[in-house]
Design a protein. Structure first.
Length: 767
């Protein structure tokens, strides 16, 4: 597959004044004609744009071609009024040769994803670490202190201009002084707006900045210079507040995921411990994690035991006990004992890195509602501009207004028409929803999936590992031969099971007291069981087929087997050469939360259906415990795919929840694919649209509730933005609405939709 993937190069640009989705659209349109660009990734939180372009064979000609693309990108962005600053090297923003190497690997890995999966981890790491080292880069926060001081001065000058206009005598000198104050206020507050607005007007585009440029300039020209200054100052302050609020939503994810420590304590070849950058720690190295420290990388515990807070990755509220062989995830917190672990994934490929990649892709994707709003705004803004022009030209004839009154009303219309509240309504709401989900260990890979979840009518659930624990457990055993005795039967069975790697044998060994007997002549009978010599006597432990072959089956045994199989259990029998000694029943037990999760889904109007490769009898037994009535067993992967298609035809939008490996075809076919318990599973992360990191089925119902709440908030925001605009448009035409009122309406609408969207960050699990 790798040979078929087109290689890519990436170049990142910091654009300090890019803070609105409408400006993203402007830049997208400007870059669209440039050949060679395969994808664009906008990150408003860090004011960055990453351009991904095709990379051909290394040569001087290729280097010149790449330089041409970069020059064209710079020129196109500058043409729409922005000042892009190339970030020369992502690794340089982090520091350290080892870290640079890791990021190069991350780039190489990420570029394999082509359009949909490009450059995820590297940017996420760069962003999180750069944000720590340079607050000015993190979430755009560095621009606020200086920016607010500048705007406070602009507001003070605008107030001074208003005061001179209102209180001072009407003299030429004082009027000139007032105009100078107004000009200074406009220059301080609106220079960036003017640059972007004039660039848009030159290109014939009527965006937010173009409207404000025309409105403020027009107001100044007709003698309303105090109001022009105040409008520009208030507009710039509102933009800054909005940007900060949007950063809060985006920062909720960044803060959640910027968790992995910079260094790790790794054991060297001579046995000494050395603290080194995490990117320099090799796969398979042994790392020590002390109490209170964050786990630096993914790995398995090789020594010690502890309790770990996994909430940053899985959303689990309670600490999880960990012992030898258990998995640790980068970014989780070691709470008690000191442990050693063997690294199973490098920094660029850890579970945390993959989460960051998926979340960045989710933030960069455009939800259906956002696409609708963008299309609407593209019509709405020119329409209001035409209305304003009509008011200015026709008002004196049709309404008897003076020319100055008509022009003033038209300018008020332009200020009201700014579609910022409408455009910003969707992204801030969607990002808040994604952040709320991520905090609960629900990784949603895009606003489209967040929106679609509300419409689910059916969900196909895999059995093993989704509804059940995914591993057999000894649930019952009974003595069949009283002469042998219960204690001896348990010792012999534990000795035989303890020497086998079969899952059923491991379940028996785990469920019985550990045996001190060391069997000899141990043999595995393929597909049947095991045989060994214990205390001078030959014993066998295996399935009914083995018992039949030994001629030890009976109607009583068959009846007992049928009872257990009806309950979904697997049976093993312990036999001596002369008799059957004991019966052991194993079951893949239903997860404690499965029944509650199924009930929650049914309460939401979603029909659960079990799809499994297990036999129908076992499947029905598990389904009864989980509360599912539609059960389909003995299914191969292609059968599950066909079943999902049938559910889509019967019910409508259908989700599939599985482990992301055997269920990959069904996950891909479903309207929404959900991977359960996928922490550390590459295939699940790739195959699914939603990943439930803590393996709790109840998270699916939470996702549906969050989706429905997000949908309500989205349309509340759209209604608020359009409603407020509509009222003030009518006031501007038929009443005496001022530019002050217009800018406060614009500010108010924008802030209302932003803070309404941020409500999702406080989403309650039972809401």
């Amino acid at each position: 597959m790798d040979s078929l993937i087109t290689p890519h190069t990436t170049q990142r640009y910091r654009i300090a004044t890019m803070d609105c989705p409408a400006e993203e659209s402007e830049i997208r349109r400007a870059l669209q004609p440039i050949a060679g660009i395969t994808s664009l990734r906008f990150d408003f939180g860090h004011r960055t744009l990453t351009v991904v372009a095709e990379a051909k064979e290394q040569s001087k000609e290729h280097s010149r071609e790449q330089s041409k693309v970069q020059a064209a990108v710079m020129a196109a962005i500058q043409a729409v009024g922005f000042d892009p600053q190339p970030v020369p090297d992502i690794a340089a923003a982090i520091g350290g040769t080892a870290r640079a190497d890791a990021l190069d690997q991350a780039h190489a890995h990420a570029s394999e994803g082509g359009h949909g999966h490009g450059h995820g981890h590297a940017h996420a790491h760069a962003h999180s670490h750069a944000a720590r080292e340079d607050p000015g880069q993190g979430a755009g926060m560095g621009i606020f202190p200086g920016g607010m001081r500048r705007l406070a001065l602009a507001l003070g000058l605008a107030i001074g201009a208003e005061a001179l206009s209102f209180f001072a005598p009407d003299t030429v000198a004082l009027k000139a002084a007032g105009m100078a104050l107004a000009l200074a206020a406009i220059a301080l507050a609106g220079l960036d707006t003017y640059k972007k607005g004039l660039a848009a007007l030159r290109r014939g585009r009527l965006n937010i900045n173009a409207l404000m440029t025309v409105a403020v300039t027009g107001a100044f020209v007709i003698g309303q210079w105090p109001e022009a200054a105040m409008v520009m100052a208030l507009y710039a302050i509102a933009e800054l507040i909005e940007a900060r609020a949007v950063d809060r939503a985006r920062g909720a994810i960044s803060a959640l995921l910027a968790l992995a420590p910079e260094t790790a304590e790794a054991r060297q070849g001579d046995g000494q411990w050395l603290t080194q950058p995490v990117a320099a720690v090799a796969l398979g190295a042994v790392v020590r994690v002390r109490p209170g420290q964050r786990v630096p990388l993914d790995g398995q515990i090789t020594s010690g035991s502890t309790s770990v807070d996994q909430s940053p990755v899985t959303g689990e509220s309670l600490p999880v006990d960990k012992a030898m062989g258990d998995t640790l995830f980068a970014g989780t917190i070691n709470q008690q004992g000191s442990v050693e672990m063997r690294v199973s994934a490098t920094a660029a490929h850890s579970t945390l890195a993959r989460i960051i990649q998926a979340v960045e892709q989710a933030q960069g994707s455009r939800a259906p509602t956002q696409r609708f709003v963008d299309r609407f705004a593209a019509i709405y803004t020119p329409a209001v501009f035409v209305l304003a022009l009509a008011v200015a030209l026709l008002g004196p004839w049709l309404a008897g207004w003076t020319v100055l009154t008509a022009v003033y009303k038209a300018l008020v219309l332009l200020v009201i028409a700014c579609p910022c509240a409408l455009v910003i309504a969707t992204p801030v709401t969607v990002v808040s929803g994604l952040a709320a989900a991520a905090r609960r260990g629900i990784l949603i890979k895009g606003g489209a999936h967040l929106e679609q979840a509300r419409g689910l009518k059916a969900i196909a659930l895999d059995k093993t590992g989704t509804l059940t624990e995914g591993k057999p457990r000894l649930v019952d055993w009974q003595l069949l031969d009283e002469a042998t005795g219960r204690d001896k039967a348990e010792r012999v069975a534990a000795a035989l099971a303890g020497h086998s790697d079969h899952p059923v044998s491991r379940a028996i060994a785990a469920g019985l007291a550990k045996s001190s007997i060391d069997p000899s002549g141990f043999r595995a009978l393929s597909g049947r069981g095991v045989v060994a010599l214990v205390e001078g006597q030959t014993y066998a432990l295996g399935n009914h087929r083995m018992v039949e072959e030994r001629g030890q089956s009976s109607p009583a045994i068959l009846a007992a087997l049928k009872v257990h199989e009806t309950e979904g259990r697997t049976v093993s029998l312990l036999a001596s050469p002369s008799t059957l000694i004991a019966l052991f029943a194993m079951a893949d037990t239903v997860k404690p939360a499965s029944a509650a999760a199924v009930a929650e889904l049914q309460a939401l109007g979603i029909t659960p259906v079990m799809l499994t490769g297990d036999n129908q009898t076992t499947a029905e037994a598990i389904a009864r415990q989980a509360g599912i009535s539609d059960v389909r067993g003995n299914l191969l992967p292609e059968d599950k795919l066909a079943a999902v298609k049938q559910l889509q035809q019967r019910y409508g939008p259908t989700a599939m929840a599985g482990d992301g490996i055997n269920d990959a075809p069904a996950l891909a076919q479903a309207d929404i694919g959900i991977a359960m318990g996928a922490a550390g599973t590459d295939i699940a992360m790739e195959a699914a649209d939603i990943v439930v990191m803590n393996d709790d089925l109840r998270r699916i119902a939470q996702t549906v509730r969050l989706s429905r709440l997000t949908h309500r908030v989205l349309w509340q925001n759209i209604a608020l933005a359009l409603g407020i605009k509509g009222v003030f448009l009518l006031l501007a035409v038929f009443d005496n609405a001022s530019m002050w009122m217009a800018v406060f309406a614009d500010m108010g609408a924008s802030l209302l939709v932003v803070f309404n969207g941020l409500r999702l960050l406080r989403f309650k699990e039972n809401s």
